[in-house]
Design a protein around this ligand. Structure first.
Ligand SMILES: Cc1cc2nc3c(=O)[nH]c(=O)nc-3n(C[C@H](O)[C@H](O)[C@H](O)COP(=O)(O)OP(=O)(O)OC[C@H]3O[C@@H](n4cnc5c(N)ncnc54)[C@H](O)[C@@H]3O)c2cc1C
Length: 395
């Protein structure tokens, strides 16, 4: 029998950011259990887009904090984590122009650096892009792209330096509770038992396997996300990451010049098993990507598909995370990050440490109640204040 002050289940970006944030605040008697190898889950598949363009103020503020950490990662975590501030732009058509401006006003009120630019301005940044069906763009000069895997591994290394113990190939199979219904420990598949009175579940859609036996109906499931890598036939230089809310897609240029294309149309979600999903884009998806890109980049001379892969978002009904205590005392949830978990991770670590140690968020711009588990049962999901028509809640 082992003991720990805190056991974190899940060695992905969130679990590792939480471990580091707790350790920074002096809680170093922590065990992180990872059933596979570190950052091999959703973190490994992340497009790692950095943006603050959210319609939920807490999320925008959390993403803004994330940028500060990514930009100063060598000082904060002791390693460059691959953040590139190439800029992030979100483009909308006429029907979403008012929502865009309302969101920009909200983001500016939080101190986020953001500006509205015209389609012609955008053309100057992405010369081959057809912008005729956009009404405006929001540009975040400090947005861009990072590297979720490198960031997670930097958190792991920094947490280890504080003395955090990280166990790989260690699957948590049972959460034990005492007569008082409080958690009292974790057992792994190998029979290793760790006594603790605080367990943080940071294991995405896999968390339900541990919460269901405790009678907790956690509404988190895996949604397959397909990514297609393409070439343009052009010499593409650095350009902002673009969320195209007209075509419902996003794209960003890799160092190699290839373009990563992701889907932003979540009107027909494909829920799946996070252990057995198909790890390539379907032929139909590749065809849709080709059609959308032909429309968006008609001047590309030799467009072609390089390869594809798929990952799983761990989604909740409102596409926003659950960060807070579970109905079982001592059990804490940090799951359901959907397509947001990379950019939010530094703030998630900080928030979980705040809640476990102080019971409240230390950032006045981040209302921890937004992320409470009970919001689903209460019928009060966390929704954008200024929603985009056609873009679903993943925005
Ligand atoms: C295709 C794709 C694109 C994305 N793009 C972006 C983006 O551009 N920007 C952005 O901000 N976010 C993006 N995201 C989201 C972001 O990557 C995730 O939200 C984030 O990486 C999730 O981290 P996590 O630690 O919660 O989950 P994971 O990385 O999945 O980690 C959970 C870990 O728990 C482990 N585990 C599971 N069960 C157990 C158990 N019983 N015992 C021990 N360990 C267990 C798993 O092996 C896994 O390693 C994207 C996600 C995907 C899939």
């Amino acid at each position: 029998m082992d003991t720990a002050q805190v056991v974190i289940v899940g060695g992905g970006l969130e679990g590792l950011a939480i471990a580091w944030a707790l350790a920074e605040r002096g809680v170093t008697d922590i065990v992180v259990l990872e059933r596979n190898t570190l950052c091999s889950g959703g973190t490994a598949k992340s497009s790692s887009v950095v943006r603050c363009h959210y319609g939920v103020p807490s999320l925008a503020a959390m993403a803004w904090h994330g940028i500060e950490v990514f930009a100063h990662a060598e000082d904060v975590l002791g390693a460059d984590v691959g953040y590139r501030d190439v800029g992030y732009a979100v483009g909308v058509g006429e029907q979403n122009l008012a929502a865009l401006r309302d969101n920009l006003a909200m983001q500016r009120s939080l101190g986020i650096q953001v500006e509205e630019i015209t389609p012609a301005d955008m053309s100057a940044l992405w010369p081959t892009m057809f912008v005729g069906d956009f009404s405006a763009f929001a540009l975040e000069p400090r947005g861009g792209v990072g590297d979720a895997y490198r960031t997670g591994m930097a958190y792991a290394a920094a947490a280890r330096r504080h003395g955090v113990r990280i166990m790989q190939h260690a699957t948590a199979v049972t959460l034990a509770t005492g007569a008082d219904d409080r958690v009292k420990g974790v057992e792994t598949a190998a029979g290793h038992r760790i006594e603790t009175d605080t367990i943080v579940l940071a294991n995405g859609a896999w968390a339900t396997a541990l919460t269901t036996p405790l009678g907790i109906d956690l509404p988190v499931r895996a949604q397959r996300a397909q990514i297609v890598m393409v070439t343009s036939g052009e010499q593409l230089g650095a350009a902002p990451v673009v969320s195209d809310l007209v075509g419902l897609q996003y794209f960003r240029v890799e160092h190699s010049g290839e373009v990563l294309v992701g889907n932003s149309d979540h009107s027909s979600p494909e829920y799946t098993d996070p252990d057995t999903y198909r790890d390539h884009a379907d032929a139909g998806t590749v065809e849709v990507v080709a059609q959308k890109l032909t429309h968006r980049f008609p001047a590309w001379s030799q467009p072609g598909v390089v390869n594809s892969y798929a990952g799983c978002y761990d989604v909740t009904p409102d596409y926003n995370p659950v960060i807070g205590p579970a109905p079982v005392p001592g059990l804490f949830l940090a799951v359901g990050f959907s397509g947001h978990g990379f950019k939010l991770a530094p703030a998630v670590g900080r928030l979980v440490a705040d809640l476990l140690l102080d019971g409240a968020s230390s950032d006045p711009a981040v209302d921890h109640q937004d992320f409470r588990f009970s919001r689903f049962a209460d019928g009060r999901p966390l929704l954008s204040t200024h929603r985009y028509v056609g873009a679903t809640e993943m925005r």
